[in-house]
Design a protein around this ligand. Structure first.
Ligand code: AMP
Length: 416
């Protein structure tokens, strides 16, 4: 199937050809025609599915059609993090750069001075990509109005709620016109996300490509049993054995990110840490180095890594397990992208065994434990107090809930 059957303007087809996309991804095939018909869209999709172009192309199509008159905000794209804001905004700008049209895309996010963003919004913008808090600040400063927005895009809605943006979202929704098109993308649909979608969307076209990424045969999931102090050396061994050009290593804390990156460097692997305490400049530089291959390993926390796009990562390693099955899905979704194969490896220490079983259960998938010669697991899990037998029920009335166990395991793994 080709892009030309989706109903997009010739100038956009031309831009797509120049960028080099041969054919639309699953989400693009489904979302683009629905958006062009003016429908709301509910997309179960994660980063790597091509969802940015899936909403950006129709957004630009309707913008080009409606041109004329004063500049009004046409599309508002809300994202959970500044990295994602930059990434999504830059992808849209890339498309625009292949169009012969003066489309202004503004990218705004918190954690940096508001003044340059206010300046950039002078004269309005056609598309604004924003994190919710900063968007509200800018509206309060009268730097922009969203009262006439034609299309609202919520990108990574589950992350937006995870990060506690629910109140900001409600305030933003109240400022938007009642009549508008809504696009809602999320990798997962826990009840709070579903509720938000139900409240926002009108008979949406439902598009699911979630299972594609999660169960994609292109992503091989592995779990290696290892002792806590042996993890860095195992990581080094794997990087050297597989000759990975780029590996994203997930850890639980900023401290662990610095520590693991440092230890890898001392062992001849070019690595850098990537966490929320780094300045925006340092993060951008690190990402550039990683993308260009100057760095072999990026050691990141979930918060910092959320939503950043690094095409076709050969491997992802869960050095510390993620706190939740949702995070697990997000992490492993970073490998095996756009048809390239990839491997997601989880280090399972004795302490984390119970926690990993819960992740497997939530995912409905067993990942066999492997042992790498020289790195055999010797530690055993400490007994869980108050419970004699965690598998078979233990003391009645004192049995821990799944949530308690998840929390405990996350705490043992050294949660942030
Ligand atoms: P996204 O899911 O939007 O983060 O996109 C993931 C990656 O796929 C990005 O690097 C895009 O440039 C790329 N991409 C998006 N659409 C296509 C397509 N139709 N063909 C090939 N690559 C694509």
């Amino acid at each position: 199937m080709s892009f030309s059957t989706l109903g997009l303007a010739p100038s956009l087809l031309n831009a797509i050809a120049e960028i080099g996309y041969d054919e639309p991804t699953a989400i693009q095939r489904a979302a683009i025609p629905a958006m062009l018909r003016g429908e709301d869209v509910l997309g179960a999709a994660q980063t790597g599915s091509g969802k940015t172009a899936a909403f950006a192309l129709p957004l630009l199509h309707t913008l080009l059609e409606r041109r004329g008159g004063a500049r009004q905000l046409h599309g508002l794209v809300l994202v959970p993090t500044r990295e994602l804001a930059v990434q999504v905004g830059e992808s849209i700008r890339k498309l625009v750069s292949h169009l012969n049209a003066p489309v202004k895309v503004a990218i705004v996010f918190g954690g940096v001075s508001i003044n340059p963003q206010m300046m950039a919004l002078r004269g309005g913008a056609d598309i604004v990509v924003a994190t919710p808090g900063r968007l509200l600040d800018l509206i309060e400063h009268r730097a922009l109005s969203i009262a006439h927005t034609a299309t609202l895009v919520l990108d990574e809605a589950d992350r937006l709620l995870d990060l506690g943006f629910s109140e900001e979202l409600n305030r933003i929704l109240a400022l938007l016109p009642a009549r508008r098109q809504n696009l809602f993308f999320s990798a997962t649909f826990p009840p709070a996300v579903q509720k938000l979608a139900d409240g926002m969307l009108h008979q949406p076209a439902r598009i699911e490509v979630l299972s594609e990424a999660a169960s994609q045969p292109a992503i091989t999931q592995r779990a290696i049993a290892v002792d806590v102090p042996r993890r860095t050396m195992l990581l080094k061994h794997l990087i050297q054995e597989h000759k990975w050009r780029g590996v994203m290593v997930f850890v639980a804390t900023k401290y662990a990110a610095d520590h693991v990156a440092d230890k890898l460097n001392r062992n001849g692997i070019r690595a850098a840490s990537f966490h929320g305490e780094l300045s925006q400049g340092a993060r951008t530089e690190t990402l550039t180095d990683f993308r260009s291959g100057r760095l072999q390993a990026l050691v990141a926390t979930d918060v910092a890594a959320r939503g950043i796009d690094i095409a076709r990562l050969p491997a992802v390693v869960n050095y510390d397990l993620p706190r939740s099955a949702v995070d697990y899905t997000h992490r492993i979704g970073r490998t095996g992208r756009a048809g390239a194969s990839g491997v997601a490896i989880s280090f399972v220490t004795a302490d984390a065994e119970q926690h990993f079983r819960l992740i497997e259960k939530r995912q409905n998938q067993r990942v066999p434990r492997e042992t790498i010669p020289g790195f055999e697991r010797t530690e055993t899990a400490p007994p869980v107090s108050g419970v004699t037998d965690t598998e078979n029920g233990g003391i009645k009335g004192k049995r821990k809930s799944k949530k308690d166990k998840l929390r405990e395991a996350a705490a043992r793994a050294g949660g942030e």
